[in-house]
Design a protein around this ligand. Structure first.
Ligand code: ATP
Ligand code: MG
Length: 451
């Protein structure tokens, strides 16, 4: 145990902590207070990962923290003053500094009714969710690890601080956070915590959908996303019941459990971006004939419903739906002109994302379909890539002429201008005319687009 502490102390002391983060602790200590890094930063450093932020816990009360930092000339914001959090900006970096606190009763399964400040770091660590997140470190005071967090990190385990049942009943979101950390850190979930998840996952029903979405996004991009989604399928089907209809929409697809297993493989196999991973989660395999059925369209609507229920931004929704609506691209007969138009409508990034998804789907299908039945994603991707790299005109805005040129050539202003530009684009994409201003103007003047 002491060996472990020494090993981790060395790691933490050798870590390159940004000078601004060190300064925060120094300022509080020099003013006579205690201050520690806590949560994700300590966990990430000992695991050799780059922390995304350095949260600081202190025995200074919020007003004292403000005063100390203002005296040092730092800008201070009262970000979460009710919960004891003050943000201090050192250089250009913002740091959240939170007074040690104990949470009061939880009557809404999410937030404590009240928080009480405390002068003991032990109380602050005991309100934290998992042992790996409940370690504190200060270059001045060393490591405080009261719940064997270091041992759990060594054994790669997510374990609740205290009684798992109680902790989940206090705040249901912790159930999804447990799965998120298991997915992102590649950890297993400890037995008692696991049992408490199975017994209490319906508490997630009372958690705000925005918070659920934030955790899901991270979870889906974790190194172990597929395994967690497979092992805890019941949680995801509870959170998104529409998934069941997606996975069982077509006769003869096999049972939902098999399809979900395959979905999990597709998720692991595609690029690690939230919108691609979400699209992969909604993936439900279907045959060529099935793709022509109205149900396929219904599928897009179901995905839209799920994303609406998660209150995602319109931009995120569009990025997922663009992928879902074009999953069948290999089955469509794409001529060169169609490819150019597609790039014009969706842009090269969506093309990349789509092929990342399709290749992962294909790899997962390979395991269940005979080789001859596979569509050739690779060759279509090569054709797309050729045009992404060599094409110069994909949409009306890439044309060598614009609306002003069209009206100058005698087309009357109004909807006819747009229609004319579309027809010109069509001719350029099919190679009838080169995208050169003089050539396009000549055709306009010849009256080629007058009818
Ligand atoms: P990340 O690297 O994704 O930011 P993190 O561990 O920093 O991970 P945060 O959500 O930023 O996670 O939370 C910071 C810390 O606050 C956690 O490490 C944990 O100690 C504590 N915490 C956050 N949410 C909860 C919660 N719902 N219940 C108990 N403790 C929590
Ligand atoms: Mg964090």
């Amino acid at each position: 145990m002491d060996d472990l502490k020494e090993k981790y102390r060395k790691k933490l002391c050798a870590a390159i902590i940004p000078p601004e983060a060190l300064k925060c602790i120094e300022i509080l200590e020099k003013a006579g207070f205690e201050a520690y890094y806590t949560g994700g930063a300590v966990r990430d450093i000992v695991m050799g990962r780059q922390p995304c932020d350095y949260d600081i816990a202190t025995n200074a009360k919020p007003a004292e923290t403000e005063k100390v930092f203002e005296k040092e000339g730092a800008r201070v914001h009262e970000t979460g003053i009710k919960h004891g959090t003050v943000t201090a900006v050192i250089g250009k970096e913002p740091f959240e500094i939170t007074t040690y606190r104990m949470d009061g009763e939880y009557s809404d399964c999410r937030r404590p009714d009240s928080v009480r400040f405390t002068s003991d770091i032990a109380n602050d660590l005991s309100r934290r969710d998992f042992t790996c997140n409940a370690i504190a470190f200060s270059p001045y005071r060393g490591i405080v690890d009261l719940f064997s967090g270091m041992e759990d990190i060594e054994n790669r385990l997510i374990r609740c601080v205290g009684d798992a049942q109680c902790r989940f009943k206090e705040d249901g979101l912790r159930i999804l956070r447990a799965l998120r950390f298991a997915s992102c850190l590649g950890f297993e979930i400890e037995e008692e915590t696991k049992k408490a998840i199975a017994g209490n996952y319906e508490l997630l029903g009372s958690i705000s959908r925005e918070r659920i979405f934030q955790e899901l996004k991270k979870l889906l991009c974790g190194v172990n996303a597929g395994k967690i989604l497979a092992d805890y399928a019941f949680v995801f089907f509870f959170l998104m019941p529409e998934l069941k209809t997606l996975k069982s929409g077509f006769e003869g697809r096999g049972n939902i459990a098999d399809i979900w297993q395959r979905t999990c493989k597709v998720i692991d196999g595609c690029e690690c971006l939230p919108h691609i991973r979400f699209a992969a989660m909604f993936y439900a395999p279907c045959s060529e004939e099935e793709a022509a059925l109205p149900e396929e369209k219904k599928e897009v609507q179901t995905v839209r419903d799920i994303l609406n229920s998660l209150k995602t931004s319109n931009e995120f929704k569009k990025s997922v739906l663009d992928l879902i609506a074009n999953r069948d691209i290999v089955k469509r007969r794409f001529g060169d002109k169609d490819i150019l138009r597609f790039i014009g409508v969706y842009g090269p990034n969506t093309v990349n994302d789509l092929f990342s998804l399709l290749k992962s789907e294909e790899a997962a299908e390979k395991e269940v379909k005979p080789a001859g039945c596979l569509s050739n994603v690779e060759s279509l991707q090569q054709r797309f890539e050729y045009f992404v790299q060599n094409g110069t005109c994909f949409s009306v805005k890439d044309l060598a002429i614009d609306g002003g040129d069209v009206t100058a050539a005698g087309i009357k202003p109004g909807p006819d201008v747009k229609k004319t530009l579309e027809r010109i684009l069509d001719d350029v994409l099919s190679g009838t005319v080169k995208n050169e201003k003089s050539l396009l103007m000549a055709r306009l003047r010849e009256g080629k687009y007058n009818d």
